[in-house]
Design a protein around this ligand. Structure first.
Ligand code: NAD
Length: 427
């Protein structure tokens, strides 16, 4: 007798551990909110994923071939929105997981965008400026059919910056025959960038720290704050908090951290960093490692450097009352459950670091209108949107008893479900 072997259906190519973690979070909230299983299934995978080969003439005359990606997770609420990263660990699973995160973030903030992400697998620190430019331009021309102001709008991410966005905008514009500033955000102000964009994520993080302290009932006039990472997010948040009267007791960068329980003078530290290139060695402070920094006693901890910094191995040592996620995914799934049970308030990344994408939206709108706003106008509108999203998340926590991360996700997913239900399924 002939035995027929059951056909093994392979999973989708993006199903790496990173992507499966993102999918599990959606599954958890879908079950909790009783999401329609058909809508749930549609949100579990990216709508579109493009893999491109990017040949580049290197400075030594040889040609090297890189792999690039652009993934659009969902575009029910508007064009895709999300950064482009250059990093050796970029792969389809990571880009797809980050695109999904962008879908939730834009929906939570009420922005008319879907979620997207892109990247090129490369070691940017080993590429000259000329090689980076040729890589960016060739990658842009390879993905040109799926990006555009009405389709998908890239922005900077890890190891890409204003200059990268200027090259993308120029390449796209030359190909379509006229200047199109709104094809990217995070551009230099001189070619259509928005005032306040650079500081927007850190400003939003500081806003969330303030709201979380009110929510938690911290009555101290100068709550103590620890910030991991002193870059665009952590550095700006620390300065904002210092200026608003918070006591920033510890900060760090990739080399290590500094601690002074009486508070650090952040403007003086910024001057010291521009000279020394690192925080270590700053006067009146004790040097601490990044691992020690996370476990220091404080009211608020702001991890604003990398993902998965607070995990099973250090979660029992955390002494902060509040954690505000400046980075994407700094608190791992086990730690998230454990710390919530312990009564620690965690403001999730899709809310806390959404200031950047919110001002990216302002940049896009200003570009489309050819009408530019003052920095005060940008900051005022940012506070309005951050404030509304915080109110909605905290109200959902009270109503449902969910952890803030799940409350935020529930708000985002319910908005997408509503849009998908109303738009229906084509054909
Ligand atoms: P950045 O490169 O400007 O700064 C990163 C900082 O972290 C630097 O001070 C660096 O020295 C430090 N750092 C790096 N490795 C470290 C380590 N192992 N331990 C401790 N510190 C370390 O980056 P950024 O723009 O501030 O972004 C920080 C995080 O926030 C990233 O996870 C990023 O994805 C996320 N994020 C950024 C934005 C944005 O608009 N910049 C928006 C949303 C999310």
């Amino acid at each position: 007798m002939v035995t027929v072997k059951p056909v093994e259906i392979p999973g989708m190519e993006c199903e790496t551990p990173h992507f499966l973690d993102a999918q599990r979070q959606l599954d958890e909230i879908a079950l909790e909110m009783g999401l329609d299983p058909e809508l749930h299934e549609r949100l579990r995978y990216p709508k579109r994923a493009l893999i491109v080969t990017v040949p580049v003439r290197m400075d030594n005359g040889t040609v090297r071939t890189f792999t690039g990606y652009r993934v659009q997770h969902d575009v029910s609420l508007g064009p895709g929105k999300g950064g482009i990263r250059f990093h050796p660990e970029v792969n389809l699973g990571e880009v797809s997981a980050l695109a999904m995160l962008m879908t939730w973030k834009c929906a939570l903030m009420g922005l008319p965008y879907g979620g997207a992400k892109g990247g090129i697998r490369c070691e940017p620190w080993n590429l000259s400026i000329g090689e980076q430019e040729r890589l960016t331009r060739r990658y842009t021309s390879e993905i040109i059919n799926i990006i555009g102001p009405d389709k998908d709008i890239p922005a900077p991410d890890m190891y890409t910056n204003e200059q990268t966005m200027a090259w993308i905008m120029d390449t796209y514009s030359i190909n379509v025959g006229h200047t199109v500033p709104s094809v990217v955000t995070g551009k230099p102000v001189s070619i259509g960038g928005s005032l306040g964009r650079q500081e927007a994520t850190g400003r939003g993080v500081a806003f969330c720290v303030h709201r979380a302290c009110l929510e938690f009932g911290i009555t101290d006039k100068s709550p103590s704050v620890v910030v991991q990472g002193f870059g665009n997010v952590g550095g700006v948040a620390a300065r904002q908090l210092f200026d608003s009267g918070y006591k920033v007791v510890a900060v760090s960068d990739v080399h290590g951290g500094i601690y002074n329980p009486d508070g650090i003078d952040i403007p003086r530290l910024q001057a010291y960093i521009s000279e020394m290139g690192r925080v270590e060695g700053f006067s009146n402070c004790k040097n601490v490692s990044n691992a020690e920094l996370l476990t220091l006693p404080c009211d608020v901890l702001v991890p604003a450097a990398l993902g998965n910094q607070i995990h099973e191995r250090n979660m029992t040592d955390i002494k902060a009352k509040i954690i505000v996620e400046g980075a994407n995914g700094p608190v791992g799934p086990e730690a998230d459950h454990y710390l919530h049970e312990k009564g620690i308030l965690i403001v999730p990344d899709i809310l806390a670091n959404a200031g950047g994408v919110t001002v990216s939206y302002f940049e896009w709108v200003q570009g489309l209108m050819h009408l530019f706003w003052s920095e005060d106008e940008v900051n005022k509108r940012l506070e309005e949107i951050m404030g509304r999203a915080c109110d909605q998340v905290f109200a959902m926590v009270k109503k449902t008893g969910l952890r803030p991360r799940m409350a935020a996700l529930r708000l985002a997913v319910s908005r997408l479900a509503e849009a998908k239900r109303l738009r229906g399924l084509y054909p």
